[in-house]
Design a protein around this ligand. Structure first.
Ligand code: FES
Length: 103
């Protein structure tokens, strides 16, 4: 069960024990952390925006064009921006660090 360190916009860090196969968004929402994820993971809202630790960006597949398009509508976008509903968690993601992006 990979552990993910999630920083919320207030600066607090939370350890999330994520089930393999869940998306990062699902793991964050299951832990009741502040993430709207309005569309439930169907890539039509960008309210699951996170910043991935720069050293860990390569842990995931590159963004699809659809994810890029949704991120174009988000605020506070950086080179480390991802939509967490598109990041499937595997055992090898243990130690992942992300920050929930401020809107
Ligand atoms: S939850 Fe809507 S795009 Fe990720």
């Amino acid at each position: 069960m990979p552990k993910v360190i999630v920083q919320t916009p207030d600066g607090a860090e939370h350890t999330v024990d994520a089930e393999v196969g869940l998306s990062l968004m699902e793991a964050i929402v299951d832990k009741d952390l502040p993430m709207e994820a309005i569309c439930g993971g169907c890539l039509s809202c960008a309210t699951c925006h996170v910043h991935v630790d720069p050293a860990q960006m390569a842990w995931f597949e590159a963004k699809t064009e659809d994810e890029e398009d949704m991120l174009d509508l988000a605020t506070n976008v950086t080179d480390c921006s991802r939509l967490s509903c598109q990041l499937k968690l595997e055992e090898r993601h243990d130690g992942l660090r992300v920050v929930i992006a401020e809107e």
